[in-house]
Design a protein around this ligand. Structure first.
Ligand code: FAD
Length: 404
């Protein structure tokens, strides 16, 4: 039996493509290697699913070999279209703060189930526990599954995801299915960073607003929340930086500078320290910034600079003060890598977008083959951008592959 369209991978992008194509009358089959559709959606946004972001129409929030590649798809299916689409399916979304949109029910499972229902209600067919192992270019395309099964279709969409969070089914195996296409180097993204030394060990569990810089690359992120862990740093600031430096970290260590007082300009920090020390000369130095920084931070910073947190503020010399300013505003740390694919929420790199038509997401190598989602060399920032890319690219691939 021949299908109009086979979608390989029933994640966010594959489900969107399936709904769009089935609504246009195509006979569609989604092949999903796992036991259910939308497994990765279930773990998004800590189970709440940050399904888009008010800024997600802007190409500047996405990384990849060709920064403007995603422009066409993002324009064709916008943030407003995403919100209207889910609303029409019966899943209203609300701004959970700073333009991060979540389903009103705060349930990622509701997003996966709503898409699954919409797809099946439109007549879409599904085979779960169906791992695709080979594509034979058509027409008709022959899609071979593990266990000797095979299917035929006029066109195929590859939506197998990247390599992040392999427990959800996307273990990078999909890249092999894109045979004939160049795969750009890949690296984990939106992932905690591993730092050298025991500075972060002292600060385990501490959260604060901070900034991070990579002087040799001219990169600066934040201010945003940073969380310290025994291995290094996590939280939105670290996750955002991983999008910028993930590929570099595959090759080498990177020197970073941590700004622990991002809301106080560099040249004002010295006078803040001096006036606090003058106001409280009998306090220990380790307590100088109590109320400004979390309690554990200043003693750890002082120890790093071989300062004594037990000395009195009134005894602080100008030299110690200036060293302290440097350690608070440009604290040097060495990043040795990331926590890897298991803890990553996204993939840097993927199918080379130079070999894909941006307007239709059709392969320039094999006509009739389309791509959608994380398998492509497009990686969004942290905060709803990657799902917006899954929705936009899924929409365009689904519409194009069903004859638009
Ligand atoms: C913990 C976590 C939290 C996240 N939170 C957010 C968030 O809040 N907001 C946001 O925007 N993004 C978030 N993301 C990122 C977002 O989930 C992904 O960008 C998005 O799901 C990618 O969609 P996709 O359809 O391209 O890939 P996937 O969702 O990975 O789907 C690919 C599917 O293909 C299947 N598959 C793979 N190979 C085969 C094969 N050979 N045969 C058949 N099927 C196959 C897989 O089983 C999988 O179901 C998060 C990611 C993680 C891991």
């Amino acid at each position: 039996m021949k299908y109009g369209l086979i979608v390989v991978g029933g994640g966010a992008a594959g489900l969107m493509a399936g709904v769009v194509a089935a609504r246009r009358g195509a006979r569609v089959l989604i092949l999903e290697r796992g036991p259910r559709l939308g497994r990765k959606i279930l773990v998004t946004g800590n189970g709440r699913c940050n399904l888009t972001n008010a800024l997600a129409d802007g190409v500047e929030h996405y990384r990849g070999g060709e920064p403007r590649f995603c422009y066409g798809a993002l324009r064709r299916f916008t943030v407003a279209d995403t919100l209207a689409f889910f609303d029409e399916l019966g899943l209203p979304c609300v701004d959970g703060g700073r333009g991060h949109f979540f389903p009103r029910s705060d349930s990622a499972a509701d997003v996966a189930d709503t898409l699954d229902l919409a797809y099946r209600e439109t007549g879409g067919e599904v085979a779960t526990n169906a791992r695709v192992i080979e594509l034979i270019p058509g027409p008709p395309w022959i899609v071979k599954g593990a266990g000797g099964r095979s299917w035929a279709a006029d066109s195929v969409i590859l939506a197998t995801g990247g390599s992040s969070a392999p427990r959800t089914g996307s273990d990078g195996g999909g890249f092999a299915l894109a045979e004939g296409h160049r795969i750009t180097p890949i690296a984990p993204a939106i992932v905690p960073l591993v730092l050298e030394g025991n500075f972060t060990h002292f600060l385990q569990g501490v959260r604060l607003q901070a900034g991070l810089r990579v002087p040799e690359r001219g990169i600066e992120v934040g201010p945003a929340e940073l969380m310290f862990a025994h291995y290094g740093v996590s939280g939105p600031l670290a996750l955002q930086l991983s999008v910028e430096i993930g590929l570099d970290l595959e090759r080498d260590y990177l020197r970073l500078e941590l700004d622990l007082l991002p809301d106080i300009p560099h040249d004002e920090v010295s006078s803040v320290i001096r006036s606090r020390a003058e106001a409280h000369p009998k306090r220990e130095l380790g307590n100088l910034l109590l109320g400004v920084l979390p309690r554990k931070v200043l003693p750890a910073v002082l120890r790093q600079g071989r300062g004594d947190p037990g000395r009195l503020c009134g005894e602080m010399t100008g030299e110690v003060r200036e060293r302290l300013v440097g350690l608070l505003k440009s604290h040097p740390v060495v990043c040795t890598g990331t926590r890897g694919w298991d803890e990553a929420a996204a993939t840097l790199g993927g199918v080379d977008t130079g070999e894909v038509e941006p307007r239709t997401l059709e392969s320039r190598i094999h006509p009739g083959l389309y791509f959608a989602g994380e398998i492509l060399d497009v990686c969004g920032e942290c905060g709803g951008f990657n799902l917006q890319w899954a929705w936009s690219s899924g929409y365009v691939a689904g519409a194009s592959a069903s004859g638009e």
